[in-house]
Design a protein around this ligand. Structure first.
Ligand code: ATP
Ligand code: MG
Length: 355
């Protein structure tokens, strides 16, 4: 039996989580596997109830689970808070406490959504299936930073720091994942300028010697940003640092149409993982039943694949999603079709998986 800590969070979080749990329930029956699912307070709702975004009880539950499924956090109500008090601070604390250093963000175009992509048809004839492997717990987001007063104004700095061990482990994640995909990695850096990038490049080269079956090439980040638009079919896995990965995965995600479609997994080298849609709590549409639950449902598919080794069940979800889209069902963000609300979309996917 697998233990799953569920953190619905704020805004559309609880709405999309409901649909994901509906789908998990169907998977449980169809594949005859039991999941021990419990919900815990996290984000703004935890601030209201317990005074902090990541309460001890929630942390203990997460640390004792096989996987964590997260909706989204934040909302207008908590925007006046700052620093550690914000719901978003809970997110960084959650990732740090779980030690999930590898963020996997697939940018997959479901064929029926081709017209939602800004790319020309000819660039999408082979579809689009890129996986960004982003380092998540190091780099510029965690290096020394500060603001100082100087003559005539201020001086501010943020520091990019990487150590050998941090680069090694994320590179190993990418190479192991490449073996399960198309055995091709593009490592992205700015090695013509940055020392951290030169270290990154040399360590990735070193690790690649253990994976002679995986094709590796290097690309500067500015060129990569351009190539993603020019010819995305050249990419399979993009391996990169925290900040470059943040930017490039948002860019890649837009090529697939809607932010409401994109899942993510954050891993740490064993089977434990944190799974969440890449979108936020969307307070502008919370309560309107307009939220697209597919990103969260697809995050469950990633959980089945990476934490529970249930590749068949994972594929069953992805195939059902594709079929639902093929049959024309669309939440409002996905453009023209048979308009469905959040619950109806969840129901359709559950129905198409069947029992
Ligand atoms: P965060 O800072 O948490 O990333 P954000 O403010 O950047 O949040 P989102 O909450 O992701 O942004 O919302 C961006 C836009 O996308 C909003 O207009 C929102 O309504 C829309 N959106 C986000 N997720 C969905 C979804 N699942 N279905 C439909 N629309 C969505
Ligand atoms: Mg955002």
């Amino acid at each position: 039996m697998y233990k799953i800590a569920v953190l619905p969070g704020d805004g559309i979080g609880p709405e999309v989580i409901n649909e994901a749990l509906k789908v998990l329930d169907v998977i449980s029956k169809k594949f005859n596997v039991k999941f021990d699912v419990k919900e815990y307070a996290f984000g703004g709702i935890a601030i209201d109830k317990f005074g902090c975004p990541y309460p001890k009880e929630t942390e203990n539950a997460c640390l004792n689970s096989d996987a964590v499924l997260l909706g989204a956090v934040g909302g207008y109500k908590w925007d006046i808070l700052n620093g550690d008090k914000r719901p978003e601070a809970g997110l960084l604390a959650l990732r740090k406490s779980l030690g999930v250093y590898a963020n996997l963000r697939p940018a997959t175009l479901f064929k029926p959504l081709k017209s939602a992509s800004p790319l020309k048809d000819e660039l999408l004839k082979d579809g689009l299936d890129i996986l960004v492997v982003r380092e998540l717990t190091g780099g510029m987001y965690f290096g020394p930073r500060g603001t100082e007063k100087i003559d005539g104004g201020f001086k501010a700095y943020d520091t990019e720091v990487y150590e050998t061990a941090e680069i090694k482990r994320i590179a190993i994640t990418a190479f192991e994942t490449a073996r399960k995909r198309n055995k091709k990695i593009t490592s992205v850096d700015k090695a013509n300028i940055l020392d951290t990038s030169r270290l990154w490049r040399s360590i990735v080269n070193e690790i690649s010697k253990d994976y002679p079956d995986v094709e590796l090439n290097h690309m500067y980040v500015d060129n990569c940003a351009m190539q993603l638009i020019k010819d995305p079919s050249q990419f399979d896995i993009i391996l990169t640092s925290n900040i470059f990965g943040d930017i490039l995965s948002d860019e890649a995600s837009q090529l697939t149409g809607s932010i409401g479609m994109l899942p993510s997994a954050s891993l740490r080298g064993d089977k434990v993982g944190l799974y969440e849609p890449i979108h936020g709590s969307a307070p502008d549409i919370a309560g309107t039943k307009k939220a697209n639950p597919l990103a969260t449902i697809l995050s469950v598919a990633m959980m089945l694949e990476y934490s529970f080794d249930m590749k068949d069940a994972s594929n069953a979800i992805k195939e059902a999603v594709n079929k639902v889209l093929e049959d024309g069902y669309r939440t409002a963000d996905l453009g023209k079709g048979k308009l469905v609300n959040t619950e109806e979309m969840g129901d359709k996917v559950a129905e198409y998986i069947g029992v």
